[in-house]
Design a protein around this ligand. Sequence first.
Ligand SMILES: Cc1ncc(COP(=O)(O)O)c(C=O)c1O
Length: 380
Amino acid sequence: MEIPFHKAHITEDEINGVVAAVKSGWLTMGPKTIEFEKKFNDYVFAGSKVSSENRFAISFNSATATLHLALKAIGVKSGDEVIIPTNTFVATAEVVTYFGAIPVLCDVEYDTHNIDASKINACITPKTKAIIPVDYGGQLCDMDEIVAVARGHGIKIIEDAAHCLPSSYKGRRVGTIADITCFSFYATKTLACGEGGMAVTTNFDYAKTMKINRLHGISRDAWDRYTAKGNWFYEVVDNGNKYNTTDIHSALGLAQLAKLEKMYDMRKKVADIYNAAFAGSAVIMPVIRSDRETSWHLYAIKVNNRDELMAKLKESGISTSLHFIPVHRQPYYAAKYGYKKEDYPVSERVYSQSVSLPIYPDMTEEQIRYVAAKVLEYAK
Ligand SMILES: Cc1ncc(COP(=O)(O)O)c(C=O)c1O
């Protein structure tokens, strides 16, 4: 049996949406993107008390672009320090370096693979500008503790919620806690557009900076300029980027957003079967805290023979992955910033033991049970 690590859940809804977007003749950012931003905004803030004028969702062509302009919005400058977990995808570190700022790495918790909130204080200096908590696999970090540390030092929180749809923390939806929350719609994510990202914030100035800078620093976007109601005039008011998404991607996003809960239920079923199968075995299962709900973007187990297990699963036709090779182990970053393995003992343990198993809506029960059986056969 061949089981890929991931396969996007694509139905006639997505196909019809994309075809309609292409047939409309408007291929870049336009009405579909405006609709996607509005529906995403309504989704994130459903049940919150924030009025519709005070909440903003700004789309991008990736989460990397989103994180970059979120840091620009809060005013990160050369020489500033930004605290991030070392156990993350390199994008989280990379965006900090775009400003000549320094990524300060913090160790993670063994159980959740999230940043260890109790170690953040030790990372803070007078140069600390922001913290980027990364919600590993879809489970939010200890946000109350992180908010308390950040507020105590006047530090902003840019949440890397690339894995989180839908996720919640103490009854609050992801996107309603940090100063700016950044989502990814990359091909493997729980809402997949192929590529894409979204920033969510309740701060008007941050939203304005991100919106202007995602399109060359131009005061108004193409839809405003080229349509019958538009006006040709524009001004460049900042040194921006070309980070806008397209209506083709937004059509995919709209179709996926409409079935977010259904896709979640399908992934949760995979997690439930894995959990039942691995209970009482040598496999260390993902730990989800009782006060939060994960999106189940990842199902990362820990074992004592990780490399052997990955090889055996591959021989059995099962593709796996690893989240993540810590930033302090990446040659460019280690050489440039002098990170040392000894400073991140928990991340080192997590890295040496963890492997991510396939988890996606269209896995059949037969496939899920096959993966579980093979893991149990080879895990030590
Ligand atoms: C934690 C994390 N942050 C950021 C990103 C970057 O997302 P994108 O590919 O949309 O730029 C990823 C992508 O895998 C990720 O896993």
